[in-house]
Design a protein around this ligand. Structure first.
Ligand code: SAM
Length: 256
C-alpha cells in the first residue's frame, strides 16, 4: 500500500479548512456525521472514564490526533496529554484547543506515528482512525511498540473503518489520490492479540449509536427501559448499517 501517498494527502489536508473526519466515501450528510460523532464521543468518553482507575488517566497519548477534538474531550480526565499527527496544520489546531483549555501538562508533536516513541507510561493510547492508513507490518510494529512502552495497567482505544470482507483495499473517493486499508474487524483483534494486547471489547458503530441514543433518551425511565430501548435502537441502526459495505468499529484493549 502506498503509505507515503496517504501521508502526503494528510499533510496537505491539515492546511485546508476541511475536517479530517469527512473522508468516508459513504459520508451521508454533515448533519448525520455531526449526530453520529456526538453519540460516539459521548459513549466513548463515558466508557473510558468508567474504565480509568478513579475516573482519570495519568498519561494519554493520542496518535493521529487530527484537529484534536478527541484530545479536547479527554484532557479533563487526563493528568498529562500528548497529541501527535503527521500534519502540521492539524497539530497546530490540536495545540490551540489544548492551549485554550489551559491544561497544566500537554504537548503537541508533528511526527509520523511510526516514528513516535514517547509512549512511556501512557495509561491510555488513543488510535482514532489511523491504523487504516498503515500497512499490516507497520500496524504490528506500532501495536508491539505501544504494548511494550505503555503502563502495565494501560488501555488502548482504537477506532477504524472495517470491511465486510477481509483485507479489502479501498480508494477513497473524495479525492481519489490515496489508499486506506479497510481490514476485517476480526483481523484487528488478531493483530492486537498477536502483539500481547487483551481484547476488552469490539463494537460496531451502529451498536454504539443505539446504546448511546437509549442512554440519553431513556435514563430517566430506569435501567430496564435503557436496556430495552438500547436493544431496539441497535436493531434499527444495525439494519440500516447492513445496507452499507463497511462501518467503523471501536476496539478496546488492555495491556494486561
Ligand atoms: C481520519 S483522521 C482521524 C482523526 C482523529 N484521530 C479522529 O479520530 O477523528 C486520520 C488522522 O491520522 C493522521 N495520520 C494518518 N497517517 C498518519 C501517520 N503515519 N502518522 C501520523 N499521523 C497520521 C492524519 O493526518 C489525520 O489527522
Amino acid at each position: 500500500m502506498p503509505v507515503e501517498a496517504a501521508l502526503r494527502y494528510w499533510t496537505t489536508r491539515g492546511n485546508s479548512d476541511r475536517s479530517p473526519t469527512a473522508v468516508c466515501p459513504r459520508c451521508t450528510s454533515p448533519r448525520y456525521e455531526a449526530w453520529s460523532r456526538a453519540k460516539l464521543q459521548a459513549w466513548t468518553l463515558a466508557r473510558l472514564a468508567r474504565l480509568a482507575p478513579g475516573g482519570r488517566f495519568r498519561r494519554v497519548v493520542d496518535l493521529g490526533c487530527g484537529t484534536g477534538d478527541w484530545a479536547e474531550l479527554l484532557a479533563p480526565i487526563a493528568d498529562e496529554i500528548v497529541v501527535v499527527d503527521v500534519s502540521p496544520g492539524f497539530v497546530d489546531q490540536a495545540a490551540e484547543r489544548l492551549r485554550r483549555l489551559s491544561h497544566p501538562r500537554w504537548r503537541a508533536e508533528c511526527c509520523d506515528v511510526r516514528r513516535f516513541d514517547d509512549i512511556e507510561g501512557a495509561d491510555l493510547v488513543f488510535l482514532g482512525c489511523v491504523l487504516t492508513y498503515l500497512d499490516e507490518p507497520d500496524v504490528l510494529e506500532m501495536l508491539r511498540k505501544v504494548r511494550s512502552r505503555m503502563a502495565p495497567d494501560g488501555l488502548v482505544y482504537q477506532r477504524d473503518y472495517c470491511a465486510a470482507r477481509p483485507h479489502s483495499k479501498e480508494l477513497r473517493t473524495d479525492t481519489a489520490d490515496y489508499f486506506s486499508v479497510q481490514r476485517w474487524a476480526l483481523r484487528y483483534l488478531a493483530l492486537a492479540e498477536a502483539c500481547g494486547l487483551r481484547v476488552i471489547e469490539c463494537r460496531p458503530s451502529w451498536w454504539v449509536y443505539g446504546d448511546q441514543w437509549a442512554t440519553e433518551r431513556l435514563a430517566c425511565c430506569g435501567p430496564a427501559a435503557v436496556r430495552a430501548g438500547s436493544a431496539a435502537a441497535r436493531a434499527v441502526f444495525g439494519a440500516a448499517a447492513l445496507a452499507s459495505r463497511a462501518c467503523s468499529y471501536t476496539f478496546l484493549y488492555s495491556a494486561r
